[in-house]
Design a binder for this molecule. Sequence first.
Ligand code: HEM
Ligand SMILES: CC(C)=CCC/C(C)=C/CC/C(C)=C/COP(=O)(O)OP(=O)(O)O
Length: 327
Amino acid sequence: MSDASLSLAGAEVSFTEAPAAARRSGARVSDYFALLKPRVMSLVVFSGFAGLYAAPGDIHPFLAAVAVLCIAVGAGAAGAINMWYERDIDAVMERTRGRPLPRGRIAPQEALAFGVILSLLSVMLMGIAINWAAAALLGLANAFYVFVYTIWLKRRTPQNIVIGGAAGAFPPMIGWAAVTGGVELQSIALFALIFIWTPPHFWALALYRRIDYTKARVPMLPVVAGAAATKRQILLYSLVLAPLGLVPAFLGTAGVVYGLVAAVMGLCFVLLALRVQREEGDKAAKQLFGFSILYLFVLFGLIIVDRAPGLLTEAAPVLAAVSWIVG
Ligand code: HEM
Ligand SMILES: CC(C)=CCC/C(C)=C/CC/C(C)=C/COP(=O)(O)OP(=O)(O)O
């Protein structure tokens, strides 16, 4: 067993590498599943499906399911490679030290092989079964997350997620391309929505997890520029996001119900960002992080529902949640 320790901002941080034997044995299906970052993947799959569902044209339901599976596996595989590359910082951060690699449940080379093989399989399957435009976009998103965000930017600049966040904005565009075979203004608008949503989504979390990032020496904005500057940036992006959320309604990707809900939720987003700016503690930042996730789920949910009017009644719980938050 090897112990490692490092001194950061006056604090002694130590972590322990798991024994090699533990790294080789005992990996369960659940450990491999955890490598796919399943909770983040849920929203990736949802937004990818919304892009597919909203696109003009027909796709056989079986092929639609294959396309969504490819998006899910491709995104999860990128997450596995990200966890392989970041196993050193994941071992230091409280939020991530329970992951399979720092816990020694899976050997690093196995995680890497798992991620690379699934990445290649998802892109190949998308190309062969669906079309090569969707496959190219999936490969690009995967490479962007691994090479641009994880390897190049994350440890170098506080703008890491502004640029690298493009990776997570691809899924609706991939879903759209699975149906149409191309990229159009409407799918670019869905991409832009997630792209601008990502910085407030992540900086809200980074605000209340900044000790973790300081320990791990990751130059996230709250660590490098401080809380006040981060809060100003969050507000700025929220002010751009609120009107951007309306664009799918203007472009006809979604209807009036979507437009109204997007307006209300955009306003709530800005109000919460203002609260983050006013408050000293972490409570408002935690609320904004949670709300950011609800925001995307609801908007992309309504893009789906607007295409299938019969589903509107099934969206009642979501609308109830929105009115609860507004109230
Ligand atoms: C570079 C861009 C992004 C960064 C840096 C980022 C960062 C994070 C982090 C650190 C977490 C906590 C994860 C955990 O410990 O489970 C998180 C949670 C989450 N993210 Fe993001 N995120 C980004 C983009 C996205 C995108 C594009 C989506 C989906 C469209 C997304 C969906 C989610 C969801 C659903 C959660 C909640 C998971 C949970 O329940 O903990 N994120 N994000
Ligand atoms: C192929 C495809 C569609 C890819 C999309 C991948 C995707 C959802 C990227 C979003 C970026 C993300 C979740 C970053 C997590 O940050 P982090 O890696 O810094 O988080 P961590 O600290 O939890 O590891």
